[in-house]
Design a protein around this ligand. Structure first.
Ligand SMILES: C[S@@+](CC[C@H](N)C(=O)[O-])C[C@H]1O[C@@H](n2cnc3c(N)ncnc32)[C@H](O)[C@@H]1O
Length: 215
């Protein structure tokens, strides 16, 4: 069995994938300097994977739940079709100016529809058929997000959910009663595994990335 530290292997990966562009690098830095919970940001390795998935899917319309400072939104929107749009929803209005300033810097403001509000209220009102959805909001709501977005995803479209291994906690034998995040992820994983409407792959990358294809 190969033994390596996670940090070393991440350094190696970062040296062998497309370089993080200057705007994303600045966004990454500024998030760590100015924001609470910077670990929530996707970062170079996962952002690069999201961009690649987006290129592969070639979407016209993308939906993202959980903008935070905008890192994953930029990674996904980069690979949109020429006249495509990414709709991204963030519940915390304190993040608005920060994320918007980076959408402007990345010259993606005409491709990104940035909505402040609760995704659970907003998604039912969206009149868009999505080719690709990225679920990265509140972990205890993943099942609810899925039930809403499956109705808005085109047949053959993809739903990607982040953090689906939740640091390995999904396989712990005893989950604390008040550990709503772990419970939410387990509930989602079990639910989609038994859902006849999707095919599923779970990539053990970073914190787990589930890719679902609507049949
Ligand atoms: C893990 S962070 C998102 C990180 C971002 N996608 C990235 O990769 O850089 C989760 C974000 O979801 C937001 N959020 C939580 N519940 C939400 C909801 N119901 N609707 C919209 N946003 C929500 C949080 O405020 C937080 O900014």
């Amino acid at each position: 069995m190969l033994m390596f530290s996670e940090e070393e292997i991440d350094n190696y990966i970062e040296k062998h994938i497309t370089k993080e562009d200057d705007i994303l690098a600045e966004l990454n830095r500024q998030t760590h300097v100015r924001m609470m919970h910077p670990r929530m940001l996707s970062g170079h390795i996962q952002g690069n994977i999201l961009t690649m998935l987006s290129y592969m899917i070639n979407p016209k319309n993308i939906l993202e739940i959980g903008t935070y400072t905008g890192y994953s939104a930029i990674c996904l929107a980069k690979a949109l079709q020429e006249n495509g749009k990414l709709t991204t929803i963030e519940i915390n209005d304190e993040l608005k100016d920060f994320a918007q300033s980076f959408f402007d810097k990345a010259k993606l403001n005409d491709k990104i529809d940035f909505i402040i509000g609760d995704a659970l209220d907003i998604i039912p009102k969206l009149n868009i058929e999505f080719d690709m959805v990225f679920i990265d909001g509140e972990k205890s709501h993943y099942k609810k997000y899925f039930d809403l977005v499956i109705e808005k995803t085109r047949t053959g479209g993809f739903i990607i959910a982040d953090n689906t291994l939740w640091g390995g906690k999904v396989i712990e034998k005893e989950i604390k009663n008040n550990d709503y995040f772990t419970k939410g992820i387990i509930e989602f994983n079990d639910y989609v595994a038994n859902c006849e409407r999707v095919e599923i792959a779970l990539f053990p990358v970073r914190d787990g990335i589930t890719v679902l294809r609507k049949k």
